[in-house]
Design a protein around this ligand. Structure first.
Ligand code: GLC
Ligand code: MG
Length: 533
């Protein structure tokens, strides 16, 4: 049998950079491309193999770059196209890959396409966006809600129609049923692929096509007051429409004309819907982002059920992936606590499938509370009192104990965590039991052991609060045991009495270095055991 060949996006580890907050080079308090370049050696040292950067394009920044006014440019805040070319070169020089954010669902209302589209009803670009007449009483064409609060329809006085925006009114949705718009966005993809970028993370992929008849969404019977108002309805007709898969397949086909590029889809859907984004015969997204760990309670029984369901739902040949956090979600160390965050890191980096690490999580960075009068995120500002602002997980990277944690010589756009003098890259590099060194060890182990990198996943039946599984490749087997609680407990090896050598523990004070049938697991401890039988 021929040896299966694995590609970089299967064997690698992705690291998400939120560019505004990674490293500022010019003292304006906002991170930039030159800043990222200056920190590439850190990423190489950490061992990650691919860097995904959130949007760096010209943008009025109504949604901090996810409102794009020129898909083929660089925002001066981040630098110039020369800086970008330099970044790409420097990433490749270090044998790493660069993934850009593609935001095809909506543009900025300042994009020339929208400016033309809104100029008159018979403008050739009118149909590039979703325009609708009001109902007879003048109200919105249907009941759809914006993710960021309020109606998803905005009235345009001049032309007497509404336009649809799934997010801010400054982010009108593009009409993916229009072939010209499709071609224009494919040109954008080619522009960056021709430059040599290694792929795209596609923003809100499951939103891209809406019901042709724009039918009303049904009410969500489980809606709770504290949730975002968007959750009042089930987005049955505004998202996850069957036709979206044709678009994804076209993006994939375009990408496949280039050598080894990747399409990652941002998709928040239950597992059985999520896996349809691999496409027919796996000709859809290479990696539909798997956010199940982000939304689940941190509970061994639920995690096990979730992992097994995901593994079981994957189509044949579909490559799995795992995520603990991103720029839209509460940080993992705040969700589960500092001690469990170590176990979570072991989980992320020992599961089967490509892991994505959110910047700063390698330090155990926490959500930083932002005083109400300093909130910047529109999601927080539009729905106050619901704790929906995403600023807390977007604060500046903590590099060292100097002013502003080495992030910027100016006033940072968001405040720094007040513990940055202890929690920072420089300090943790010197500290034997630090989060960053744990990440580095986990990464090195994963990358050097085929069983952890590409091996099969097999669940091991143990009771909560333990979670255990095997990773197996040829003759090599690893057993991973994670204690999801802060209480010590015993792991009794089921069935065939595993024995083996402990390769890595989340705890420095682990004394036993071997497993024989059973072993005491400390509170919050995770173990990686190389089996000998
Ligand atoms: C995605 C992005 C998020 C943004 C939204 C609208 O969910 O991750 O940050 O606000 O799309 O573009
Ligand atoms: Mg700057």
């Amino acid at each position: 049998m021929a040896q299966q060949q694995y590609l970089w996006w299967q064997t690698g580890i992705i690291y998400q950079v939120y560019p505004r907050s990674f490293q500022d080079s010019d003292g304006d308090g906002v991170g930039d491309l030159k800043g990222i370049i200056s920190r590439l050696d850190h990423l190489k040292w950490l061992g990650v193999t691919a860097v995904w950067i959130s949007p760096i394009y010209p943008s009025p920044m109504a949604d901090f770059g996810y409102d794009i006014s020129d898909y083929c440019g660089i925002h001066p805040l981040f630098g110039t196209m020369d800086d970008f070319d330099q970044l790409l070169k420097e990433v490749h020089k270090r044998d790493m890959k660069l993934i850009l954010d593609l935001v095809p669902n909506h543009s900025s209302d300042q994009h020339p396409w929208f400016q033309e589209s809104r100029s008159s009803k018979d403008n050739p670009k009118r149909d590039w966006y979703i325009w609708q007449d009001p109902k007879e009483d003048g109200s919105e064409p249907n009941n759809w809600l914006s993710v960021f609060g309020g109606s998803a329809w905005e009235w345009d006085e001049k032309t007497g129609q509404y336009y649809y925006h799934a997010f801010l009114k400054e982010q009108p949705d593009l009409n993916w049923r229009n072939p010209k718009l499709q071609q224009a966005m494919y040109d954008v993809m080619r522009f960056w692929l021709d430059k040599g970028v290694d792929g795209f993370r596609v923003d809100v992929m499951w939103h891209m096509i809406k019901d042709e008849q724009l039918r009303d969404n049904p009410p969500n019977p489980e809606y709770k007051e504290e949730q975002a108002t968007y959750e009042q309805l089930l987005p049955s007709y505004s998202t996850d429409q069957p036709e979206v898969h044709d678009i994804v397949a076209q993006m994939r086909a375009l990408t496949d004309k280039y050598n080894e590029r990747v399409i990652i889809g941002e998709i928040y859907l239950p597992i059985h819907r999520l896996v349809t984004y691999y496409g027919e015969d796996n000709q859809g997204a290479h990696l539909p982002f798997n956010f199940t760990l982000v939304n689940l309670d941190w509970d061994a029984t639920k995690l096990k059920a979730n992992i097994d369901e995901y593994e079981g739902a994957l189509p044949e040949g579909g490559w799995p992936n795992w995520v603990l956090g991103n720029h839209d979600q509460k940080r993992i160390a705040s969700r589960v606590g500092a001690a469990q965050a170590r176990t979570a890191a072991m989980l992320l980096l020992t599961l089967c499938g490509t892991p994505t690490i959110y910047y700063g999580d390698e330090l155990g960075m926490q959500n930083v509370p932002i005083p109400e009068d300093q909130v910047q995120d529109p999601q927080g500002l539009n729905m106050p009192g619901k704790n929906l602002s995403r600023d807390p997980e977007r604060t500046p990277m903590q590099w060292d104990n100097s002013k502003n944690a080495g992030f910027s010589s100016g006033e940072p756009w968001l405040p720094l965590a007040d513990n940055y003098e202890e929690v920072n890259v420089a300090a943790q590099k010197e500290k034997e039991d630090s989060m960053i060194l744990l990440h580095r060890q986990l990464i090195q182990l994963r990358q050097s052991e085929p069983a952890l990198k590409i091996g099969n996943y097999n669940p091991v039946s143990v009771d909560a609060p333990l979670l255990a599984y095997l990773r197996e490749h040829e003759e090599t087997r690893y057993l991973i045991i994670l204690n999801l609680s802060s209480k010590a407990c015993t792991f009794d090896t089921p069935h065939n009495s595993y024995s083996g050598k402990i390769i890595l523990s989340t705890h420095q004070n682990r004394k036993e270095q071997g497993l024989q049938k059973s072993i005491e697991i400390q509170g919050d401890e995770g173990l990686i055991v190389k089996l000998e039988n």
